[in-house]
Design a binder for this molecule. Structure first.
Ligand code: AMP
Length: 367
């Protein structure tokens, strides 16, 4: 996810997919206009990238010119043609191809084609790299289309949002701000169980560092072997290792609507690293939602879980009490870190599963 001005955008088309669309457009132009010596008329500013790539793939004589025209400001249509420049080529009796980066309602291209027809070209065509068929509502025929896309606001590959984003080689689509939540609480508070429910409800990606470590242990990876030596004793895996792993997990879903972090951060250094990682994506932690449960309830719950799951660190009361102690020493202070930012929200973690999900949802809804 990236942030441009006040809006958030997520990856939509890769540079390769864009290149395929350009090739498709070039194929059609080569096929139909080979002997027409067309004038390709790029509409500035947006079409500068597609003009450069497309005309290089036109294998016949052609001329190139540019017009400046737009009928929108920001992300919405204003309904009038903002500006035009004179073309320095005589278009009379020529085959003219208006080249657009994108056509949505068709307002710009429609108004422009009316103006250009006054120059009496032999033929006037419209070629656009992207078309939004859902919203295109003009009589004017769009003769050549590289790719149809859905009706979403896009930036990149020449297209901007308030003048930024044109230089991006990929296409991005507008999206909601990421909702990143730290689900907090001592071992046995029910974070994992509740995160599974909440991720469905809110469309978020659940990352449990404990689960990732256990997966690595099960698969005998180097990371697993390292983590196991700490986990078996109820200690924390070193920050450097955990932070690196967490970053890699986040990078696996670049277009996530947000994350539920479960079991991370557990130290001050991890909390800071998480802030940095999210800031690099133009995002942040929306809030820490904590399940509050008494220690004796935790010990009871974890011993029960150990019987059912066979988790080594849940099997002995000694290790369980060590983990709770580690929690109070190293992890619980994070409550202050998020409280200082006005981001801490505590929830009673004792009761029926549905009740607790409902309590957590009240907090999630506010974030
Ligand atoms: P959990 O499943 O969250 O209870 O984690 C089980 C164990 O994995 C912990 O007791 C730690 O040894 C290790 N672990 C999980 N998350 C972290 C973390 N953020 N930092 C350090 N160690 C962790």
């Amino acid at each position: 996810m990236i942030k441009i001005h006040d809006l958030y955008f997520k990856p939509f088309l890769t540079a390769t997919q864009i290149s395929d669309a350009v090739n498709n457009l070039a194929y059609q132009l080569n096929r139909d206009l080979a002997d027409k010596k067309p004038v390709f008329l790029g509409i500035l500013n947006g079409s500068y990238m597609v003009m450069a790539d497309l005309t290089r793939k036109f294998n016949h004589d052609c001329e190139i010119a540019f017009l400046r025209a737009s009928s929108y400001e920001g992300t919405s249509s204003t309904g009038e043609l903002v500006e035009t420049l004179n073309v320095d080529i005589d278009l009379t009796d020529r085959t003219v191809v208006i080249v657009e980066d994108i056509v949505d309602t068709g307002l710009t291209v429609d108004m422009l084609s009316r103006k250009l027809l006054k120059h009496n070209p032999t033929a006037l065509h419209v070629a656009t790299l992207f078309l939004k068929p859902e919203v295109y509502n003009r009589e004017l025929k769009i003769d050549f289309v590289g790719l149809n896309i859905e009706n979403k606001f896009v930036v990149g590959y020449g297209m901007d949002y308030d003048n930024l984003g044109r230089n991006l080689p990929e296409l991005y689509v507008q999206t909601q701000r990421m909702k990143n939540i730290v689900l907090f609480g001592p071992p046995g508070a029910g974070k994992g169980t509740q995160a599974e429910r909440l991720k469905e409800k809110y469309g978020l990606v659940h990352i449990s560092t404990g689960d990732v470590f256990r997966y690595n242990i099960k698969n005998g990876t180097e990371l697993g072997t390292l983590a196991k030596s700490f986990m078996d004793k109820g200690n924390l895996v070193p920050d450097e290792v955990t932070i690196k792993m967490l970053n890699a997990e986040v990078e696996k879903t670049p277009d996530a609507a947000g994350f539920i972090f479960d079991g991370f951060p557990r130290t001050d250094a991890q909390a800071k690293a998480l802030d940095e990682l999210l800031a690099s994506k133009g995002s942040e932690i929306a809030g820490m939602v904590a399940l509050e449960v008494d220690d004796e309830v935790l010990v009871e719950r974890l011993l029960e879980r150990g019987k059912a799951s066979g988790r080594a660190d849940d099997a002995s009361e000694g290790v369980i009490r060590d983990r709770i102690a580690v929690y109070y020493k190293q992890t619980a202070p994070l409550k202050d870190y998020y409280t200082a930012q006005d981001k801490y929200h505590g929830v009673d973690g004792v009761g029926a599963l549905d009740e607790i999900t409902a309590r957590l949802s009240v907090e999630f809804d506010k974030l």
